[in-house]
Design a protein. Structure first.
Length: 364
């Protein structure tokens, strides 16, 4: 796979958007919630049923014969993700996202910007037997340079003249591209694993090891109870701080020294709603950090108004911060009309004269 894939581009865009919004904090005054926005705070009945069917991996054994309790089956995709708390991991429910208004517009922008993308998707299906828009149910991206896809890969194929094949573990099959050094693997009929590091199969092998491990002490970065929303995952403090602008170094340092974990859940059914739970040690430091987020929001809003950027000012106007013991949550409601021109639909700096503007997205 010489390209990282269209969905990886979309994943990076959503991840960047999430971090960018969270860098801006709280709103001092209350505002009305946008219509048709449900903030994802827990799994709904449909997600509960879906997640239950996905738990197909055998439970881990008890630590000892004297241990008591119950261990349930596990979600293979969540198990395959690296468990290092210093890393980030995001999961994108493509079945839901590709039907959402914002994803349809962003996808149209990507395809309209370069007609070769359409040809690439067709070639991808012809070459590998996989239709990314139909065969992939969800995708996960880890900052350990690991990409996971879950769906239907029974028709996946790899040219033996290009891809060197070897088995790994009980159910893993690893393919190494002899020209580019890319490493891809399948694990069973519904899991595909790709390394973001050329000439290294270690991330892929580690993922298969986690899937086949019987270590009772094995942990996951995303527990089963976190699998809700159209996008969900965790941002490490380090990764979040790196996404702040150079003028936010003081806030970045606070994040690195105080924050332990940032859980993110997004819903994109109509407008886009995001809940980010920022966890750390209870006390004045975390409370001060929540105030810093509020101050950053206020500065950003004033600058947007001063620059005449009405869309950015409106976007910042929807953010809220809710402090609680040991954590605070950031709620952001993003109206469709505000964000449809962001992401792949945003004009590049070169397009001030209109020559490089992407074509308008087709109406649906």
């Amino acid at each position: 796979m010489k390209r990282k894939g269209l969905w990886l581009v979309l994943a990076a865009l959503l991840l960047a958007l999430s971090a960018w919004l969270m860098s801006r904090g709280d709103k001092e005054k209350s505002t009305a919630r946008p219509p048709k926005v449900d903030f994802p705070r827990h799994e709904n009945p449909e997600e509960s049923t879906r997640n239950s069917k996905r738990r197909t991996l055998a439970p881990l054994p008890m630590p000892s014969a004297d241990s008591e309790g119950y261990r349930s089956k596990r979600d293979p995709m969540l198990v395959a993700l690296p468990a290092d708390p210093k890393r980030s991991a995001m999961v994108f429910e493509l079945e839901a996202l590709k039907e959402s208004p914002i994803m349809q517009v962003w996808l149209d922008c990507l395809l309209a910007r370069d007609s070769r993308e359409k040809l690439d998707l067709a070639r991808f299906k012809d070459r590998f037997g996989i239709d990314p828009l139909e065969d992939v149910e969800r995708i996960a991206v880890s900052s350990e340079r690991l990409l996971l896809m879950q769906g239907s890969f029974t028709n996946a194929r790899f040219d033996g003249d290009v891809w060197k094949r070897r088995t790994y573990g009980e159910k893993g099959v690893i393919y190494e591209n002899q020209d580019t050094g890319r490493v891809v693997a399948t694990w069973g009929p519904d899991m595909m694993i790709a390394s973001g590091t050329s000439d290294s199969s270690e991330p892929v092998e580690d993922a298969i090891d986690r899937l086949e491990s019987t270590d009772p002490a094995q942990t996951t970065i995303l527990p089963d109870g976190s699998a809700y929303g159209d996008v969900y995952g965790v941002l490490s403090p380090e990764d979040l701080s790196r996404m702040l602008g150079p003028d936010q170094e003081a806030l970045a340092e606070k994040i690195r020294s105080i924050v332990q974990r940032v859980d993110i859940h997004m819903d994109a059914a109509d407008d886009v709603a995001m809940v980010a739970d920022v966890a750390g040690p209870a006390g004045d430091d975390l409370n001060d950090l929540s105030k810093s987020f509020g101050a950053a929001l206020a500065v950003g809003r004033l600058k947007a108004q001063s620059d005449g950027d009405d869309k950015l000012a409106e976007l910042l106007d929807y953010a809220k911060v809710k402090p609680r013991d040991g954590q605070f949550s950031v709620d952001v409601a993003l109206p469709f009309e505000v964000i449809k021109d962001l992401g792949p639909c945003r004009k590049s700096p070169r397009s001030q004269d209109g020559d490089d503007d992407p074509p308008p997205p087709p109406s649906r």
